[in-house]
Design a protein around this ligand. Structure first.
Ligand code: C5P
Length: 227
């Protein structure tokens, strides 16, 4: 069986760009598990399902699925067969995703789905509980960290480079993002079920002063050595 690689870390640690690039270089399939929690959250918001409604939350999580574009490996995330890949990045979803991703029935449903699609191996997945839960038997677990200020600054650049919130002064946007990721980190790492945590077998990389290419080069060397 092919191995799976686990990449965990807090919001804005560079996981997405790094994991996607690594997948290409190593010939693995990229999987963004955060997108599945975002899609379930979107379903709950759109259908007025409260996070205390266990049956409703289960039904929403069961309607999430992903597919991969064969030409570039990009993930398409769907809710009820609808492509929600862009919609799930909106602020209303980001503001509530930590609340819904702490709901046990949502986690159980999505973890089972993530494990099923990657059961044959050959995946590199990013998230919060990949090394501790989803790929807990993986021989290769990586935890990416970066200071909250660096993470907020990266996100602010990313957002403005997409032409969003360009009317806001950069510093103000950065401060708002810093507050939002600090709150999200706190909820994600203090929840009871599968909190964001560093697995005992994970190797930690601090990306604060590194470019994406530098992180990719370091991780690629590490993965090739480990496997
Ligand atoms: O990775 P991203 O920032 O898009 O993830 C959005 C949210 O989904 C996280 O803040 C966290 O609450 C949740 N998540 C999770 N477990 C994962 C991936 C994401 O709880 N494996």
């Amino acid at each position: 069986m092919l191995f799976n690689v686990a990449i965990d870390g807090p919001a804005g640690s560079g996981k997405t760009s790094v994991t996607f690039q690594l997948a290409k270089e190593l010939g693995l399939q990229y999987l963004d598990t955060g997108a599945t929690y975002r899609a379930a959250t979107l379903g709950c918001i759109e259908n007025n399902i409260k996070s205390t409604d266990e049956d409703g939350c289960r039904q929403m999580a069961q309607q999430v699925d992903v597919e991969f574009n064969p030409s570039d490996g990009k993930q398409i995330t769907r809710f009820k067969q609808r492509d929600v890949s862009a919609r799930i990045r909106d602020d209303d979803v980001t503001a509530r995703v930590s609340e819904y991703s702490a709901v046990p029935v949502i986690r159980h449903t999505l973890v089972a789905y993530q494990q099923k699609i990657s059961e044959k191996g050959g995946f590199i997945a990013e998230g919060r509980d990949i090394g501790t839960v989803v790929f807990k038997d993986s021989p290769c677990k990586i935890y990416l960290s970066a200071s909250p200020e660096v993470r907020a600054e990266r996100r602010a650049h990313e957002i403005q480079s997409k032409g969003l919130h360009t009317d806001k002064p950069f510093q103000q946007l950065k401060e708002e993002i810093l507050q939002s990721i600090t709150e999200r980190d706190f909820s994600d790492s203090t929840r009871t079920l599968a909190p964001l945590a560093i697995d005992a077998h994970a190797t930690i990389f601090d990306t604060s002063s590194l470019t994406v290419d530098e992180v990719v080069a370091q991780l690629k060397a590490h993965i090739e050595q480990t496997i």
